[in-house]
Design a protein around this ligand. Structure first.
Ligand SMILES: [Zn+2]
Length: 263
């Protein structure tokens, strides 16, 4: 069974069931934003899957009326979610259950706060940027739709603030460990504390913004992240490092060679 993300709260796993619908493109992309949706209904996790069995659509996650999280599509893959090719390649889509239907389309606080927290986790662990108005979107950012509805529209600033708070928490916390294929290497926490050290910030910038990204899909198509061991090991080998210097962990050689002064 395909593993879910290693989140610190339960994540129901619908990945293989969604894959069986064929409404997902199994191709990996670097993710640069999160897009929130409302599902125009008081859907359960199973209810979303049932919809996607007939409708040619999908999203990476759904948060139900009680704030519980389910995953349907691997984070780095292409969900059929936003009605825009670049958006589907680059964005992680999170559906939210409505609390009331038309015309208000409200979303319960427990639901949108859970979605914002999940978004913050992805900004910290996958995207590597703090949430802002230029990377936390509603569906209508990408295509002509009312989604995520008038209620979410009114509270965007609160949603963004909650995502930022979660990002700050996860960025500073220890790397997530668990059974998922998303396994940050032992030094991964350094990579999420860029603002604390110019050297670390430089390493982060260099690895993430430059070559390391190019290796992620070939080295390990299942995961993407600045803390991805296989990607980083591939990057080290490319630099000519051997043995323990190319084990996917930023050891002394990596630190010395990759140091970028005055950044
Ligand atoms: Zn939508």
């Amino acid at each position: 069974m395909t593993a879910t993300i290693a989140y610190d709260r339960p994540v129901s796993n619908f990945i293989d069931k969604l894959s069986a619908t064929g409404h997902v493109t199994h191709k990996s992309y670097k993710k640069t934003s999160v897009t929130l949706h409302h599902n125009a209904g008081r859907m359960s996790h199973q209810g979303m899957l049932d919809v996607w069995k007939t409708r040619p659509a999908s999203a990476h996650f759904d948060v139900d009326a009680a704030g519980r999280v389910a995953q349907y599509v691997k984070v780095n893959e292409y969900a059929w979610a936003v009605g825009n090719v670049a958006g589907n390649q680059r964005s992680i889509s999170i559906e939210m259950a409505n609390a009331t239907l038309a015309p208000g389309w409200t979303v319960a606080e427990v639901t949108w706060k859970s979605a914002a927290r999940l978004a913050g986790w992805h900004f910290a662990k996958v995207i590597g940027e703090r949430p802002s108005k230029s990377n936390l979107f509603y569906h209508h950012h990408w295509s002509s739709t009312e989604c995520a509805g008038p209620h979410m529209e009114k509270i965007y600033d609160k949603v963004l603030a909650a995502a930022q708070e979660a990002y700050d928490h996860f960025r500073d916390s220890h790397p997530v460990t668990g059974h998922s294929k998303f396994e940050p290497f032992p030094g991964a926490s350094f990579f999420h504390t860029g603002r604390k050290s110019p050297i670390i910030a430089a390493m982060h910038h260099r690895l993430v913004a430059e070559d390391c990204n190019r290796y992620q899909s070939s080295a390990n198509a299942d995961v993407w992240g600045p803390g991805d061991v296989k990607s980083y090991a591939a990057y080290q080998r490319k630099l000519g490092f051997k043995g323990d210097d190319a084990n996917g962990v930023p050891g002394k050689t990596s630190w010395d060679k990759l140091r970028v002064p005055n950044v």
